[in-house]
Write a protein that binds this ligand. Structure first.
Ligand code: GRF
Length: 203
C-alpha cells in the first residue's frame, strides 16, 4: 500500500512509520510526506529517509478552501491508498474529505470520545482521569469524531506534567499507529457505520 503522511511538528510518529516501512513485509511504504509549515523536524526526517516532501501553508492561499483543494490535489498526485495524519495540526476540509474519505486516518493523544481537540493530554490531566491514551480513527467532518480503528491505554501518574504525560502517550501512540496501519495495509478493512473491522469487504 502507498502511504502519504502529513505532519506539523517533530514527526516522531512519522519516524516510527519510516522505520517500520523499511521492512518490505510491513506491506506499506511512504510515497510522500506533506506539511502545513516548513522548518520542522518532521520534514527533515522525511528528507533524511529520501522521501519526497511538499509544504502547503494556509497563508499562501486566498482562502482555507483553496488551501484544502491544493492539499487534496497534491496528495492525490502521489496516488495513496491511505493518508495518515500524524501530528498534523490542521483540520481537513470538504475537498480533502470528498477525495480521501474512508482512507484518511488521524492519531489523537487521548482515548476518544474523551478529550477531543488540540489539548488531549492537558485536558485529561486537568480532568483528573487515571488512565488516558491514544486513538487512531478514520477522519470525518467533525473534530476527532470519526470511526475508531485502534486505541492504546496509558496510566496517568500522580506527579505527571502535561509534558511527561504526553511523552508516555506518544510511546504507546507510535506503537499503536505502526501496528494498525500495517494491518490496514496487509488485511484491508471495512467501515460499517461507526464500526471498523479488519479484512476486505465480503462481496
Ligand atoms: C502526537 O501526540 C499527536 O497525536 C498530536 O501531536 C503529537 C505529534 O507528535 N496531535 P509527533 O510530531 O509525531 O512527534
Amino acid at each position: 500500500a502507498r502511504l502519504v503522511v502529513l505532519v506539523s511538528g517533530s514527526g516522531t510518529n512519522l519516524q516510527a512509520l519510516i522505520d517500520a516501512t523499511s521492512d518490505p513485509a510491513y506491506g506499506a511504504r511512504i510515497v510522500a510526506v506533506g506539511a502545513d509549515r516548513d522548518g520542522i523536524e518532521g520534514l527533515a526526517r522525511a528528507e533524511r529517509a529520501g522521501i519526497p516532501t511538499f509544504v502547503k501553508k494556509v497563508g499562501q492561499f486566498s482562502s482555507r478552501e483553496h488551501w484544502d483543494r491544493a492539499m487534496a490535489d497534491t496528495v492525490a498526485g502521489f496516488e495513496p491508498d491511505l493518508v495518515v495524519s500524524a501530528g498534523f495540526m490542521k483540520l481537513a476540509g470538504e475537498s480533502f474529505l470528498e477525495r480521501f474519505g474512508g482512507r484518511f486516518v488521524n492519531t489523537h493523544p487521548a482515548l476518544l470520545p474523551s478529550f477531543p481537540g488540540m489539548h488531549g493530554a492537558a485536558d485529561a490531566l486537568e480532568h483528573g482521569v487515571k488512565v488516558t491514551g491514544a486513538t487512531l480513527f478514520v477522519v470525518d467532518a467533525g473534530v476527532d469524531t470519526g470511526p475508531i480503528l485502534a486505541q492504546a491505554v496509558v496510566p496517568v501518574e500522580d506527579d505527571d506534567t502535561v509534558e511527561s504525560l504526553h511523552e508516555r502517550i506518544k510511546v504507546a501512540e507510535r506503537e499503536m499507529l505502526v501496528e494498525c496501519v500495517g494491518r490496514m495495509a496487509r488485511e484491508g478493512y471495512t467501515i460499517t457505520g461507526r464500526k471498523v473491522r479488519f479484512g476486505a469487504p465480503v462481496h
